[in-house]
Design a protein. Structure first.
Ligand code: DP6
Length: 341
């Protein structure tokens, strides 16, 4: 009789980058050209169940639909997942056949880091299904090797830097992420204004590849460590007045690099600009808020807990905003007892 399959289900959060990963030494391995810093989220999470059968055969990848049913994943979704499962099988040196299913509770591929949470959840569920228990640093390295580099940061809660280092030393792109401040240090909120739920037209992966073609990229890299230090200090001191202009400058710069890459990439939409304007107006009225965007048109509006109500009220009244996700800084990934299949 063959051994029973190993099975595990993990839940992992998305994260929003305050200092962005953009440009890679090795895109497929998720080896970045710069250090980034993010805030782990609470509500934007992915769930993943992995079953490892002790026999050879074809791996299978499913998506869980709204009613809990399993749909075979289409090739664009399944491809990177199958490659990552193969990588984990080799890492564990095991002959197994995987069945994996994921459920993402927020719009995918729209600049909301669904792949970061998805690959962090897949990595944790797969290693546990393989009966391995790597420490968080190793898990972070394994997750990053999915090619979704930001998944390295989704392996920790709170405020997270990646790759770890003391900030002044030379960048080691292969180093894991590391938490720099716990989530209870500062209860920042992220009101996500959804202006477009469709998947982005150009992947981050392609964006990383094109980054170096921007004439401004080298300047960005040279100046980034200073901004990262300043962001870390503002977080340490819970100084929103210092944090806001740094976060917005970083977000605009990421998009400036994308827009000046060859060929150029435009992630913003008219609605994104409307939200950014509204944030500026809110600030003039004394509400503490600042915007940041990843590789997509949706806008993350960060604010202290006391200002969340005013921010949500204003953003939800905008014509361009089709919905809000009210999120906050949160914990890292965990195993859950209820499997998806
Ligand atoms: C703009 O290669 O990690 O979000 O394909 O979404 O996983 P995914 O992206 P990844 O690049 C992230 C790019 C970014 C900035 C950031 O999160 O640091």
């Amino acid at each position: 009789m063959s051994a029973p399959p190993g099975k595990a289900t993990a839940r992992a959060p998305a994260n929003i980058a305050l200092i962005k990963y953009w440009g890679a030494e090795e895109v497929d391995e998720g080896l970045p050209l710069n250090r980034s810093l993010s805030m782990t989220l609470t509500r934007c999470v992915s769930l993943c169940t992995v079953e490892a059968h002790p026999e050879e055969g074809e791996d299978e990848v499913f998506r869980v639909d709204d009613r809990g049913g399993l749909d075979p994943a289409d090739p664009p979704f399944a491809g990177p997942v199958l490659r990552h499962l193969e990588r984990l099988r080799r890492w564990a040196d095991r002959r197994v056949r995987f069945r994996a299913a994921t459920r993402t509770g927020f719009p995918m591929g729209a600049g909301l880091a669904s792949s970061a949470s998805g690959f962090a959840a897949l990595t944790l569920a797969a290693v546990r299904a393989l009966d391995r228990d790597p420490d968080p640093e190793e898990l972070s390295i394994l997750a990053r090797r999915s090619g979704s580099g930001s998944a390295a940061r989704s392996c920790f809660g709170g405020y997270v830097e990646w790759p770890a280092g003391d900030g002044d030393d030379e960048l080691d792109p292969g180093a894991p992420a590391r938490p720099v401040l716990p989530r209870d240090h500062w209860d920042l909120r992220d009101v996500i204004a959804l202006v477009d739920r469709s998947p982005k037209k150009v992947s981050s992966r392609e964006g990383h590849r094109r980054a170096e073609t921007s004439p401004h990229f080298a300047t960005r890299l040279a100046r980034l460590p200073e901004r990262l230090h300043a962001v870390r200090r503002a977080l340490e001191e819970r100084d929103f007045g210092a944090l806001a202009p740094l976060v917005e400058a970083e977000s605009v710069e990421l998009h400036m690099i994308a827009m000046t890459s060859r060929p150029p990439i435009f992630y913003w939409s008219g609605g994104s600009v409307e939200v950014m304007e509204a944030v500026r107006t809110l600030r003039e009225e004394g509400v503490r808020a600042c915007f940041t965007m990843d590789a997509g048109p949706n806008v993350h509006v960060l604010c202290p807990a006391e200002d969340e109500g005013a921010v949500a009220e204003r953003l939800s009244a905008l014509d361009a905003v089709g919905g809000l996700i009210r999120d906050r800084v949160g914990p890292g990934p965990s195993l859950v007892p209820d499997h998806l299949f």
